[in-house]
Ligand binder design. Structure first.
Ligand code: PRP
Ligand code: URA
Length: 209
């Protein structure tokens, strides 16, 4: 059953989206705000991870807390997905990191594959967080999820900052089992495949290129 969680109704998310979207935000501030928003999306996406109870001795008494029970993999889609990795490792210091390299052909809007570094996910029970701030046509996300599944991933969450309805529809159609977490669902794509209102080119703004 397709599942999308949009976080924009929270004013902390909306406040930071206002800064991220503004054409007057420079790369330094763009990086800070993209990371802050990524933290909020990551918190939402970790809520449904599998846990086990662990007994803990406090200085006063024995108690128990829930701790994650499966390997967690953070998989950024290069380049822009790198924006979400460091905050992921801050929140989940035991997580592992894999990589998928894709860029969108500006004419055809089709994803072009150039790199992967992924494990055999069948070796351990694991959850995969696919990280990409922008979900536009959905071509890149579908290609990246195909790669994750080719490597045995089963439990996959897609984490974005801005998503277009067209991209959500495409991911739902090809991978209805993947849960999507996004700060905002925007209005639509424009005639050259950019998300509107969007924020422009996330990779260029993040890396100052
Ligand atoms: C952006 C973005 C996604 C892709 C989304 O990457 O980070 O990977 O576009 O578009 P889609 O949903 O239509 O496939 P881009 O191709 O600009 O590469 P970059 O991150 O290296 O800048
Ligand atoms: N990739 C981006 O970085 N921005 C868009 O609006 C669409 C794809």
């Amino acid at each position: 059953m397709p599942q999308v969680t949009e976080l924009k109704s929270h004013p902390l998310v909306s406040h930071n989206l206002a800064i991220l979207r503004s054409k007057d935000t420079d790369s330094q501030q763009f990086r800070r705000v993209a990371q802050r928003l990524s933290t909020l999306v990551l918190v939402a996406a970790t809520e449904s991870l599998k846990t086990v109870d662990r007994v803990v001795e406090t200085p006063l008494i024995q108690t128990s807390e829930k701790v994650f029970s499966e390997e967690i993999w953070l998989v950024p889609v290069l380049r822009a997905g790198l924006a979400m990795v460091d905050v992921g490792l801050d929140l989940l210091p035991d997580a592992h990191v894999g990589f998928v390299g894709l860029f969108r052909d500006e004419e055809t809007l089709l994803p072009q594959y150039y790199y992967k570094n992924l494990p055999d996910f069948t070796r351990h029970a694991s959850s995969c967080f696919l990280l990409d701030p922008m979900l536009a046509t959905g071509g890149s996300a579908v290609a990246a999820i195909n790669l994750l599944k080719d490597h045995g991933a089963v439990d996959i969450r897609l984490l974005c900052l801005i998503s277009a309805p067209e991209g959500l529809k495409e991911v739902f159609a090809k991978h209805p089992d993947v849960a999507i977490f996004t700060a905002s669902i925007d209005e639509q794509l424009n005639e050259v495949g950019y998300i509107v209102p969007g924020l422009g080119d996330a990779g260029d703004r993040y890396f100052g290129s």
